[in-house]
Design a protein around this ligand. Structure first.
Ligand code: KIV
Ligand code: ZN
Length: 523
C-alpha cells in the first residue's frame, strides 16, 4: 500500500529508502573519525550516489559534531537528501539535534531508546512503563521541531514481542514517521529478522501509515542477509554504510545491498535511487579519507571482486563474461582498461580519468594531484589506474591537515647508521627535524618526533605494492595509539621511505582530530 511521508510524499510499495549512516555509526568506530571538511566531502559524494537520507552525526556528542551536522544540513535543497541527527531520548539531545538539522530543507530527528529486557534493566535502569512513557515524551518533543521523526528501538532484535509492539505503537501515536528496529549487537538470523517485521506489521495499530526501517550490525557476518530478509518482510528503509564501516564488525554495506537488490531483482522487487556506477568511487573516497582500505576480496569494491585467477574461469569469461560474472564490473564503477596515462598526457585527460575512476575534485586539488601525477610519470614508465587512485587518495587524505611533510632526505647504506633530515609544516609554521635510527624508516619516524614532539605507540607498519614492477608505488599503512585511541594513516609514493613518512604524518593528523573530540556514548 502506498504511504504518504512528510519528507518523501507518496511512496509506492516497492520504493526502498537508502539511509546512510557512514557519518554517524561509521564515523564513531575506532580509527574512522573525520574532520569537518572530510565529512562535507563524503556528504556531497553520498548525495551524488543518490542516498535518500544522510545521518550526519550525533549533534550532542561535541561542539564539533554539532557543527558538522549543521554544515551538512546547510548543503542540500529540497532535491537533496534528508539530513538526520541522532539523539538519545532526552530533551537536551533532542534539542541539539533539532537545532543542528534546522537549516536542512528536509530535516529529520532520530531518537534511540533501548527496549530489550537486558538493556532496560542493566543499562537504562528503567522499568518497561518508564520506557513507554519516555518514548511518548521524547517523540512528542521531537515532533514539535520536525515533521520527520525516526524512532529506534535499540537492541530491538533481542526485545520481547509483546513489549516491542507496545513501544512501536506508542512511538507511532506520538508522531514518529519511521520506526527502526536495529539488530544492535549483530545477533539475529535472517529468518528471525523477517519474522519480527512481519509480526510488527500485522499486530501494531497504525503500522500501515509509517515506514519500517532495518539497521543491522555484522558481528556474525549477517548484516546484509538480515537487511534483505527485512526488505522481503515489507521494510522500506535500509540503514547502511559505505564499505560496511561501523561499530565493532560494522554495519550492513550499502554497496552490497544495492547490488543484491539490482542483481536479484527477480526475487526481490524493489526500486531505489542509488547510482551503482558510483559505488567504487565513493568506496575509494572513504578509504582515502579514513586510511582504511577494504580487503581485496570485499564484495563489489574489493580489488579481487572481479578478478578471475583460475584458467578455467578465465577461459569461461573470455567466451562469455556471464559464465562467471553475475554483474558487470562497469555497473559498479570498475573500468576495463588498466593502462592509462603517461608523461605526455595533459590536464584534461587526467581530469577525465579521475572522473571515470569516480573522483570528484575541486580545481586546487586537481592542480596538486596533476603536479604529482606528472612527477610520477617522470619516474615511472607506466602509470596505471591504481597508481592514479593511490596518488589522489594520498592527496585527498592530506588536504586540510594541520601537519604537512614538506621535505625529506635520508642517508643510508651498508654499515652506516641511517640519518633522516626533514621539514614539517605545523599549522603553517616550518619545523625541522633530524634523527638517526635502526633503519631508514625508524630514522624518519624519529626525525618527525624531533620536529614535532609527541608520544604515541606504533602498533602496525605495513607496506603494499600498488602495482607490479620495481618502479611501483608503495602504499604504507601506519597504525598508532595514544591513550587508548587508535588511528591509521596511509601514504603512497614510488619511494617507500617517503610513503612511510606520509603515512605517519597522516596518522598524526587523525590523532589531532581525535584529541579534539569526546567519544559519543551510544552504539
Ligand atoms: O545499532 C544501533 O542500535 C544504532 C542505533 C542508534 C540506531 O546504531
Ligand atoms: Zn548501529
Amino acid at each position: 500500500m502506498a504511504i504518504t511521508h512528510p519528507s518523501f510524499g507518496t511512496l509506492d510499495d516497492d520504493r526502498i529508502i537508502f539511509f546512510d549512516t557512514t557519518l554517524r555509526d561509521g564515523e564513531q568506530s575506532p580509527g574512522f573519525s573525520m574532520n569537518l571538511e572530510e565529512k562535507l566531502r563524503m556528504a556531497a559524494a553520498l548525495d551524488d550516489l543518490g542516498v535518500d537520507v544522510i545521518e550526519a552525526g550525533f549533534a550532542i556528542a561535541s561542539p564539533g559534531d554539532f557543527e558538522s551536522v549543521q554544515s551538512i544540513a546547510r548543503l542540500f535543497g529540497r532535491e537533496g537528501p534528508v539530513v538526520a541527527s541522532l539523539s538519545r531520548a532526552n530533551p537536551a539531545d533532542i534539542m541539539a539535534s533539532a537545532n543542528a538539522v534546522k537549516p536542512a530543507a528536509r530535516p529529520r530527528i532520530h531518537i534511540v531508546l533501548a527496549t530489550s529486557e537486558l538493556h532496560m534493566r542493566v543499562k537504562l535502569r528503567m522499568t518497561p512503563d518508564q520506557v513507554l512513557e519516555r518514548i511518548t515524551e521524547s517523540v512528542t518533543l521531537a515532533r514539535n521541531h520536525a515533521a520527520d521523526v525516526e524512532w529506534s528501538a535499540e537492541d530491538g532484535s533481542r526485545s520481547e514481542d509483546e513489549f516491542l509492539c507496545r513501544c512501536v505503537e506508542a512511538a507511532i501515536k506520538a508522531g514518529a514517521t519511521t520506526i527502526n528496529i536495529p539488530d544492535t549487537v549483530g545477533y539475529a538470523l535472517p529468518e528471525e529478522t523477517g519474522r519480527q517485521f512481519r509480526m510488527l506489521r500485522e499486530r501494531v495499530p497504525g503500522a500501515e501509515k509509517i515506514i519500517f526501517s532495518t539497521h543491522n550490525h555484522n558481528d556474525l557476518g549477517l548484516a546484509v542477509a538480515n537487511t534483505l530478509a527485512a526488505v522481503q518482510a515489507g521494510v522500506r528503509q535500509i540503514e547502511c554504510t559505505i564499505n560496511g564501516i561501523g561499530e565493532r564488525a560494522g554495519n550492513a554495506a550499502l554497496e552490497e545491498i544495492a547490488m543484491a537488490l539490482r542483481t536479484r531483482h527477480d526475487r526481490i522487487a524493489s526500486r531505489h535511487s542509488i547510482k551503482t556506477q558510483r559505488l567504487l568511487g565513493i568506496s575509494r573516497l572513504l578509504a582515502a579519507i579514513t586510511g582504511f582500505d577494504v580487503q581485496p576480496n570485499k564484495a563489489i569494491v574489493g580489488r579481487n571482486a572481479f578478478a578471475h585467477e583460475s584458467g578455467i574461469h578465465q577461459d569461461g569469461v573470455l567466451k562469455d563474461a556471464s559464465t562467471y560474472e553475475i554483474m558487470t564490473p562497469e555497473s559498479v564503477g570498475w573500468t576495463k582498461s588498466s593502462l592509462v596515462l603517461g608523461k605526455h598526457s595533459g590536464r584534461a585527460a587526467f581530469k577525465d580519468r579521475l572522473a571515470t575512476l569516480g573522483y570528484v575534485v575541486g580545481d586546487n586539488q586537481l592542480n596538486d594531484a596533476f603536479k604529482r601525477f606528472k612527477d610520477l610519470a617522470d619516474r615511472k614508465k607506466i602509470v596505471y589506474d591504481e597508481d592514479i587512485a593511490a596518488l589522489v587518495d594520498d592527496e585527498i587524505s592530506n588536504q586540510q591537515n594541520r601537519l604537512k611533510l614538506t621535505a625529506l632526505t635520508v642517508a643510508t647504506g651498508m654499515g652506516a647508521k641511517p640519518m633522516a633530515t626533514l621539514a614539517l609544516e605545523v599549522d603553517g609554521e616550518k619545523r625541522d627535524g633530524m634523527a638517526t635510527g635502526d633503519g631508514a624508516v625508524d630514522a624518519t619516524f624519529a626525525a618527525i618526533r624531533n620536529a614535532w614532539p609527541h608520544d604515541v605507540t606504533l602498533k602496525l607498519y605495513a607496506v603494499q605494492s600498488v602495482t607490479g614492477g620495481t618502479d611501483a608505488q608503495a602504499r604504507v599503512t601506519v597504525r598508532m595509539e595514544e591513550a587508548g585511541k587508535l588511528v591509521d594513516g596511509q601514504g603512497a609514493d614510488t619511494d617507500t621511505i617517503v610513503a612511510s613518512a606520509r603515512a605517519y604524518v597522516h596518522a598524526l593528523n587523525k590523532l589531532l582530530v581525535k584529541r579534539e573530540r569526546r567519544e559519543p556514548p551510544v552504539a
